[in-house]
Design a protein around this ligand. Structure first.
Ligand SMILES: Nc1nc2c(ncn2[C@@H]2O[C@H](COP(=O)(O)OP(=O)(O)O)[C@@H](O)[C@H]2O)c(=O)[nH]1
Ligand SMILES: [Mg+2]
Length: 301
């Protein structure tokens, strides 16, 4: 199962471990110079300000003689990273009974529709029934794209005309979900409108429509972030969570990038648990996020 994660993080690992290997295999002493070099390696892997925070902790532990060898630094680093990535409930919230409604948001191109295809496969494999709602009515291509996935994955889809009210689509979808007694309703949304304010208003409207039909819906609001955009993703997370109470992050596009360290920086700056990560363009390319295996895949232990 973690094979994909391992492969997906190959480039990040290469970058990080080539730097770390040089440091840790050189038979070096643990001293201030070593710690400085470590900071540089971490910084170059897109951990941003988090690299500085980690180094501060390493320095403190070093001064207190809690770590005395470079091997201990490595273990300390692993533990620190896993801790930073933990916290919050990483499992998907489910409705106590009836359909679980998952609203999927994010800017254009972040990977929402692809993530919905991946989530569909993930839930189907658990024996759950899935219904899709084509809530990105803004672009004709968006509805088509989701329809293709629905056909391929053999799940029903509720859609409206291009340009129709996405809240109306959400309404129809939640009614259909109740009537068909599906387990999971995944609601796709637009990522770009004329203004950011319009986008946020639309998302709020969709949210309200969902909760009118099912009191505690949406049970999950997943924000899809392109992990390779680093600080930009952090800003998006802050913006979206101000309006629509995001309950989980999906970090997409971790394959083919050396910027996997950004996950740590994003998680460190945004107090929302990472629930899934995307490591490719196919429905199979999704991993349920777990801190320890992620750190292992990052540091090649
Ligand atoms: N390599 C890679 N590409 C991805 C991933 N997720 C999405 N994409 C690609 O990113 C592009 C935009 O994805 P899409 O789901 O349409 O984004 P949306 O506008 O947010 O719905 C598409 O070409 C996807 O195939 C991922 O995890 N890895
Ligand atoms: Mg889309």
């Amino acid at each position: 199962m973690f094979k994909k994660l391992w492969k997906g993080l190959a480039k990040t690992r290469e970058k990080l471990t080539s730097g770390l290997k040089g440091l840790f295999s050189g038979g070096r002493q643990l001293d201030d110079d070593f710690i400085e070099d470590l900071e540089e390696v971490l910084y170059s892997s897109d951990m941003g300000a988090t690299a500085v925070k980690i180094i501060e902790r390493v320095q403190k532990a070093y001064k207190k003689r809690e770590i005395e060898s470079t091997e201990q630094v490595f273990e300390f680093l692993k533990k620190d990273l896993a801790e930073r990535l933990s916290g919050g409930d990483t499992s998907l919230r489910r409705a106590a009974s009836g359909p679980t409604v998952v609203l999927v948001a994010g800017v254009n191109g972040s990977g929402k529709t692809t993530s919905i295809a991946k989530l569909t496969k993930h839930f189907k494999e658990q024996g759950l029934s899935v219904l899709l709602a084509a809530g990105d009515t803004f672009r004709a291509a968006a509805v088509e794209q989701l329809t293709i996935w629905a056909d391929r994955l053999d799940v029903p889809i509720v859609k409206g005309e291009t340009g129709s009210d996405p809240a109306a689509v959400a309404y129809d979808a939640v009614e259909a979900a109740l009537a068909r007694q599906v387990d999971i309703l995944l609601v796709d949304t637009a990522g770009r409108l004329h203004t950011q304010k319009n986008l946020m208003t639309e998302l709020e409207k969709i949210r309200n429509v969902l909760s009118k039909k099912i009191a505690d819906a949406p049970h999950e609001v997943l924000l899809v972030l392109d992990a390779t955009t680093g600080q930009n993703a952090v800003q998006q997370a802050k913006l979206f969570s101000e309006t629509i109470q995001v309950t989980g992050l999906v970090l997409s596009k971790l394959d083919g990038t050396a910027k996997g360290g950004a996950v740590i920086s994003i998680r460190d700056q945004v107090d929302i648990p990472v629930k899934f990560i995307g490591v490719g363009e196919q429905p199979d390319d999704l991993e349920v996020f777990e801190p320890a295996p992620f750190v292992d895949a990052l540091l090649e232990s």
